[in-house]
Ligand binder design. Structure first.
Ligand code: CUA
Length: 335
């Protein structure tokens, strides 16, 4: 049996593991590898505050070790208490003034950057506007200027400001794309605004960063950045969905009877569930599963086994009906 008293022995091991594991990173979801101007500004602030903290820790530890060694009781020393110092004005002033200076060094750029990011956001004549609505446990993205809506995969052009308006339909969530910038809360009943921008073509990972329910940790999304020309093409494709092939029409009918009341399948429809226009071209199923028939089957047959607490009902479809629906979903390509 484990002696709980002895567990403290493992603390250095845990510490070492923590150091090792913090080295595990992913280029597409790391605030330490900024991929846009907002994330770069924010990383500068992180480095600045970390630098100041490191300086304080080093100075304190050096003093501590110095005192340990300097005032150690040596062999032959008598049991005496050294002279006690109290109320030294000079020392009091020094250790009050130094933190004030450090806080000023931290505060001035932080306030400066906060207002700079706000100014940059307000100067958004050329920005692309995206309205984000967080639902338990998925993300809805609307492009009011373009007349399209999508879910789970946010598609954006590179080197262009994306001005976000963020809200939620049920509880508080938080929109976070670490590679592009810090998080922003999405609150039911009000709208938060900020902007992000991507330098290059890539697929970034996004997360919900506010504990929102049983599947909070599964409330992922993707951000696909593409060149303006490719983005324009994507918009055009979203507006003219591919025709449903003959062998998928049976599935289309089942979908219409069972799913269409929540899932729109057109350019800008919104419903209780994600808009599935162009679904076959999305990265993942339900935001977390690899995009294949097996995942779709699992999701449609038993949604709660994939994302506990989500609002999609198990429809009780038969296996061949599910297969037909999958055939239909696979036909929803952006041609
Ligand atoms: Cu939504 Cu956590």
């Amino acid at each position: 049996m484990i002696r709980w008293q002895n567990l403290w022995r493992f603390i250095p091991l845990f510490g070492l593991m923590m150091l090792l594991l913090t080295g595990c990173g992913d280029q597409t979801i790391s605030a330490l590898k900024p991929r846009g101007p907002v994330a770069r500004d924010q990383l500068f602030l992180m480095k600045l505050s970390f630098g100041i903290m490191l300086l304080v820790v080093v100075v304190v530890f050096v003093l501590y070790l110095y005192v340990l060694v300097r005032f150690r009781k040596k062999k032959g020393d008598k049991d005496i208490i050294p002279k006690q110092v109290e109320g030294s004005h000079t020392l009091e002033i020094i250790w009050t003034v130094i933190p004030i200076i450090l806080l000023l060094i931290l505060a001035v750029p932080t306030v400066q950057y906060t207002f700079k990011l706000l100014e940059d956001h307000r100067d958004n004549k050329d920005a692309l506007h995206v309205k984000v609505t967080a639902h338990a446990f998925w993300w809805q993205f609307e492009y009011p200027e373009l007349g399209i809506a999508t879910a789970q995969d946010l598609v954006i052009p590179t080197n262009k400001k994306i001005a976000f308006e963020l809200t939620a339909s049920d509880v508080k969530h938080s929109f976070w794309v670490p590679s592009l910038g810090g998080k922003m809360d999405t609150n039911p009943g009000n709208t938060n605004v900020y902007y992000l921008q991507a330098d290059e073509v890539d697929v970034f990972k996004g997360k919900c960063a506010e504990l929102c329910g049983a599947s909070h940790s599964l409330m992922d999304f993707k951000v696909k950045s593409m060149d303006q020309a490719d983005f324009d093409q994507w918009v055009a494709k979203m507006k003219t969905p591919a025709a449903v092939p003959a062998d998928a029409q049976k599935g289309e009918q089942i979908f219409k009877d069972n799913c269409l009341s929540c899932h729109a399948v057109n350019a800008q429809g919104l419903g209780a569930g994600p808009n599935l226009n162009g679904f076959a071209s999305r990265e993942l199923v339900a935001g977390i599963l690899p995009h294949n028939d097996e995942s779709l089957k699992q999701w449609i047959a038993d949604p709660q086994s994939v994302k506990p607490g989500n609002k999609m009902p198990a429809l009780g479809l038969k296996d061949d009906q599910i297969n037909d629906v999958i055939k239909y979903l696979n036909s929803l390509k952006l041609k």
